[in-house]
Design a protein around this ligand. Structure first.
Ligand SMILES: Cc1ncc(COP(=O)(O)O)c(C=O)c1O
Length: 394
């Protein structure tokens, strides 16, 4: 039969298929495997937050919220930024509430990248950056961070700049490498963009998930960078509520105005009762973000202890709610797509390979695990991983 099949439609992202997250999660469900790959908590949100949402609906917060976000929530966000990072932000002109960090990223990119423009992306990169750049008509220039340390080579970044470079995207703490920007990196970034027409997009959704006493080096804390940056955050991460889809973007007045032009024709405004619930909950429960680092660090340490001596290497995550496992001692010649497939089919555990996060993947022997899970889930994951490694060693 002939006709207009999907292949005949002149789509704008012809090479984009189903993401690795969907592929792994779908197969995990078919096999009844333990899914510890995709990044979402498997435990309940704070019941006080759930109650605040029910109260918001019952209290009448059910019509369109203001396009830029409810002022109550934007004031609560400004209060949190002051308390957490000692950063003063104007809630009226510098904060926009978005549909998750994903929309903030998308709208920021559409606001400043145009046809023929270039945007620097560091690989391994969160998967939404590249398609958003291409939908804006731009070109993503991928600069790889090399394993095992995934550090920035700023000379290499400088060499990647051209007169068309309009945007540099950084992510700290970095999913999926689990590393963080150091103060020296922030200074190098500032020097890189100085005197150039380049905006910075900083994805800081894991701002509070940072370990071993490290400090979150927010781009907002750097005066010079802040003046030219969109900085993106997510209540999905901070409140363990990825399904609520509430994020926000902090940017100077001029950039915020450009972002809102896109946002108002993209999502227009974000679910009113969810905003009201967070606005009520956030100032009353600062422990929700104050305790995040310790909460996830304990989970990371539990997993690392359970895997000690298993054959899997586990370079301690510096931040994010993920942990990389190095399987090079178990299957040195096997690529990460093949290994994670085998881990799923033979070991009953779904993880995420690293190579889909690269434009041109180097030889990688890592899979990513999510530690935002019940302790029992992490223990079961470790048990299955150990059993798999034992069988491989026989
Ligand atoms: C680095 C990074 N940025 C952005 C997002 C998207 O956040 P949200 O769920 O708030 O859209 C995620 C979610 O996994 C992420 O890991």
């Amino acid at each position: 039969m002939t006709g207009v099949g999907a292949g005949a439609v002149p789509g704008k992202l012809p090479d984009v298929g189903t993401t690795i997250f969907t592929v792994m999660s779908r197969r995990a469900a078919e096999l009844g495997a333990l899914n510890i790959g995709q990044g979402f908590p498997d435990y309940a949100i704070d019941p006080r937050l759930a109650r605040a949402l029910a109260d918001a609906v019952a209290g009448g917060h059910n019509q369109y919220a203001p396009m830029e976000g409810s002022i109550a929530l934007r004031e609560a966000i400004a209060g949190k930024l002051r308390a957490s990072h000692a950063i003063a932000v104007d809630p009226a002109h510098e904060i926009t509430v978005t549909c998750g960090a994903t929309e903030a990223i998308y709208s920021a990119i559409q606001a400043v990248v145009g046809p023929g423009d270039e945007a620097i992306v560091f690989d391994p990169a969160y998967d939404s950056y590249d398609p958003a750049i291409r939908l804006a008509g731009g070109r993503a220039v991928h600069v790889p961070l090399s394993p095992p340390r995934f550090r920035y080579d700023w000379d290499r970044v400088r060499a990647a700049l051209t007169p068309r470079t309009r945007l540099v995207i950084v992510n700290t703490p970095l999913n999926p490498a689990c590393t963080v920007l150091r103060a020296g990196d922030v200074a190098a970034l500032a020097q890189l963009v100085r005197d150039r027409p380049i905006t910075v997009l900083a994805d800081e959704v894991y701002e509070h998930v940072i370990f071993d006493g490290r400090r979150h080096e927010s781009v907002l804390a750097h005066e010079e960078l802040r003046a030219r940056s969109f900085v993106v955050f997510s209540f999905g991460k901070t409140l363990h509520a990825t399904g609520w889809r509430i994020g926000y973007c902090v940017a100077p007045d001029a950039l915020t105005r450009e972002l809102r032009k896109v946002h108002q024709y993209n999502t227009f405004s974000i679910a009113a009762p969810l905003q009201a619930a967070i606005a009520h909950y956030l100032p009353r429960h600062p422990e929700c973000w104050q305790g995040l680092a310790a909460f996830f660090e304990a989970r990371r340490d539990r997993l690392l202890a359970a895997l000690a001596g298993s054959g899997f290497g586990a370079p301690g995550a510096e931040g994010t709610y993920f942990q990389l496992l190095d399987y090079s001692a178990i299957a040195p010649a096997e690529d990460d797509l093949g290994f994670s497939r085998r881990l799923l089919e033979e070991g009953g555990i779904a993880t995420i390979p690293l190579s889909p996060f690269y434009r041109e993947p180097p030889a990688l022997r890592y899979v990513r695990l999510c530690i935002a899970k019940e302790e029992a889930t992490l223990d079961e994951a470790a048990r299955r991983l150990r059993a798999f490694a034992d069988r491989a060693a026989r």
